[in-house]
Structure formats: structure tokens, C-alpha cells
Design a protein around this ligand. Structure first.
Ligand SMILES: *Cc1c(COP(=O)(O)O)cnc(C)c1O
Length: 367
């Protein structure tokens, strides 16, 4: 490739449309603190995502951190090590102890049959991840949460706009968090949100994102600063107009990849279920021993053609240097194995299908 093909590329609306909104910001001189665009975007996203309550935040990570605080959790939180750093970091930064559960080999989400053995008297919540847009076994998680009186917070950063059996993915569990980071399916430059059905939780999140200030002369919580600015909200309004088009284009790309790679020995593709409306956020492939190259060799081969895939997620969170001597990667063998064989391929709305075909040809040829 003449120009490097990166794993992702931020979706941008026509610049004139953004400038038009920005002009209004100049006129009002209202830059942040729940301005006009913030209010408008919150209402529109609530509808689009099919959720009862939605709180906009400046990123997805703070949505997790503040949600853990808002729910007044204590002790241990069960999560998976096959995720982005944010999920576990949020638990640790909230003063809680992460307990790692292994994942399924087929869809990379939490293995619900292994949760119960990890529940102790100190467990207060489960924080599972809908990996690559694959939705967790929510029925079983719900059953366990009821049985042991646990809160469930879904890291839904990968599932913007998805529906599960017809309902918005953000209406599952006690709360869900979304990321609108530049590299995600839908972006507000940096941004995120929390969705829930509980009005009291919503109120508390609103306080926590604004330093815990509850009234002009009153501060009731040790809050943070996690407000979305008007510039972010304006970008969100512009991108929202095109989101269905973005997702449709992604779908065509995934279909093209799947067509090109379906018969390659040792390459496992993501499976798609009829009860989930996917957003096609990622194009993961799992490379097994049956393939002609190892995962790292395939990564290097693609890079030699100026094509940059991503080892995502690798390493597992319980193998991070910052958690050395604290967690054991071998306690979650499936997550370890998947992280060593996974590769996500380039995908973004304006990625040319001819480039996808070239990538497939390189992979098909292998060594
Ligand atoms: C992107 C991401 C986050 C963090 O979101 P930010 O908006 O970047 O803070 C959390 N969890 C997962 C799984 C993510 O992919």
C-alpha cells in the first residue's frame, strides 16, 4: 500500500456542518457546563440508544469510575482480563478489588459458568464487557446477580447502538457505559455516557461529574470533573446524523472480510447471532496453530505491506506490568490463549473494499 492502512480511522462529518455549530458556540460564549448542545445530544442519544436515562460524560473511562462510586460499591468486583485497560483500572482507582473471571472461547465475553465460584462475601458487583460488539450472556448474569444481590454494570464501550432481542443494549443490567472516543464506532472526539433506568443513579452521576456540587453553596459528594464540553457535543450531533450510514458501511466491510477469509484453515472469524443487531465495531480474527503463521508473524507480514492490524486485547490486563505480582494470568487460561492469538483487522466506514480484498489475499496466502 502506498499510504499506511491503520486499524481504524476516526469518523468525521462534513467540516461545514461542524463549523456551523461551532459558530453558535462563539456567539453564545457557552463552552461547557451542560450547554445547549449538551442538552440536545443527551436527548437524541437517549432515543437512539433506546435507554431510559442517559448521562453524558467526557469519556467512557470516567463513566465506569463514577458509576462504581455512585453505586457505593465495596470490596470485590468480578470482571474479565480480556478488555481494554480502562475496565480494570476503573475498579482499582475506585478503591475496589478486581477479581478476574475467564472468558468464552467462542465470543470472548465472560464465561458465566465460572462466575459463581468467584463470588465471596466481599463481592458487590459484576462488571462484564460486551467484547467486539458480542453481547454477554445477560440472562445468566442477571440470575446470578439476583441470587447474590450484586449490581451489574456492563462495559458497553464496543456496543454503541446495538439492540439485543429488540431492546437497547444500554438498558441491560443496573447500568451500562459507552465510549465515544475518536477511535470508536461513534465519536464525540473524546466522550462517553452512562445509561440506566434508575433516576436516583442518574442524579448522583450528574453530581459526581461536576465535583459533587449539589447546590450553589453545597457539595455533598467527593466528585470528579467529567463534563462533556460543547465542542464535543457538537461533534456528537454531527456524527449522529451519519451513524446508520457508518454502521452499514462497516457491515459491508465485515461481509467482505468474511467472504474472503471463511475457508482459511486456522483463521477463526467472529460469529453473528440473529438476536443481536451488530454495529461491526471491530474485525477480530483468531489465529490458531493450524494457520501457516503465528499471530505475531501475520501481524509483521501485514505490516510489511503497510497494513497495520492490532493485537487487541494483548496482553491480558492481569499480565500488565503495573499489576505485577498482584494477579496471575494463568488463572484465566482461555483469556491468555485468546490474547495470544487474536488480531483485529483494519475497519472504518470509508475503507475501500478493494483494500479489504488485498488484506484477505495476503492472509489467504500466508507463509
Ligand atoms: C474505549 C474503551 C473504554 C474507555 O473509553 P474512553 O472513552 O476511551 O475512556 C473502556 N472499555 C472498553 C472496552 C473500551 O474499548
Amino acid at each position: 500500500m502506498d499510504k499506511p492502512i491503520l486499524v481504524t480511522k476516526s469518523s468525521l462529518p462534513p467540516i461545514e456542518e461542524y463549523i456551523e455549530l461551532i459558530q453558535d458556540i462563539w456567539e453564545s460564549a457557552w463552552l461547557t457546563n451542560m450547554g445547549r448542545y449538551h442538552i440536545e445530544l443527551e436527548a437524541k442519544l437517549k432515543k437512539y440508544l433506546g435507554v431510559e436515562e442517559l448521562i453524558l460524560l467526557t469519556n467512557g473511562h470516567l463513566a465506569i469510575e463514577l458509576c462504581l462510586q455512585a453505586l457505593e460499591l465495596t470490596g470485590e468486583v468480578i470482571t474479565t482480563p480480556f478488555s481494554f485497560a480502562s475496565t480494570t483500572h476503573a475498579i482499582v482507582r475506585a478503591g475496589l478489588t478486581p477479581v478476574f473471571c475467564d472468558i468464552n472461547e467462542d465470543d470472548y465475553t465472560i464465561d458465566v459458568d465460572k462466575i459463581e465460584a468467584l463470588i465471596t462475601e466481599r463481592t458487590s458487583a459484576i462488571l462484564p464487557v460486551h467484547v467486539y460488539g458480542n453481547i454477554c450472556n445477560v440472562e445468566k448474569i442477571d440470575e446470578l446477580a439476583k441470587k447474590y444481590n450484586l449490581k451489574v454494570i456492563y462495559d458497553a464501550a464496543h456496543t454503541f447502538g446495538e439492540r439485543y432481542k429488540g431492546v437497547g443494549v444500554g438498558s441491560l443490567g443496573d447500568a451500562s457505559i459507552f465510549s465515544f472516543h475518536a477511535t470508536k464506532v461513534y465519536n464525540t472526539i473524546e466522550g462517553g455516557a452512562l445509561s440506566c433506568a434508575d433516576k436516583a443513579l442518574r442524579k448522583r452521576m450528574e453530581y459526581l461529574k461536576n465535583f459533587g456540587i449539589t447546590d450553589k453553596e453545597r457539595v455533598d459528594f467527593v466528585g470528579s470533573n467529567a463534563k462533556m464540553s460543547e465542542f464535543q457535543a457538537a461533534m456528537g450531533l454531527c456524527n449522529l446524523k451519519y451513524i446508520d450510514e457508518y454502521i452499514l458501511k462497516r457491515r459491508h466491510i465485515v461481509e467482505e472480510y468474511n467472504k474472503g477469509l471463511k475457508d482459511v484453515k486456522g483463521i477463526k472469524l467472529n460469529t453473528y447471532r440473529a438476536d443481536i443487531s451488530y454495529n461491526y465495531a471491530y474485525m477480530p480474527i483468531y489465529i490458531s496453530e493450524e494457520y501457516t503463521l503465528g499471530r505475531d508473524e501475520l501481524y509483521d507480514l501485514l505490516a510489511s505491506y503497510n497494513i497495520f492490524a492490532r493485537k487487541y486485547f494483548y496482553p491480558c490486563i492481569n499480565a500488565y506490568a503495573c499489576y505485577k505480582d498482584r494477579f496471575d494470568e494463568n488463572a484465566t487460561p482461555i483469556a491468555k490463549k485468546i490474547s495470544q492469538g487474536i488480531l483485529t483487522l483494519p475497519i472504518y466506514p470509508d475503507l475501500d473494499l478493494s483494500v479489504v480484498d488485498k488484506i484477505c489475499n495476503i492472509i489467504r496466502k500466508g507463509k
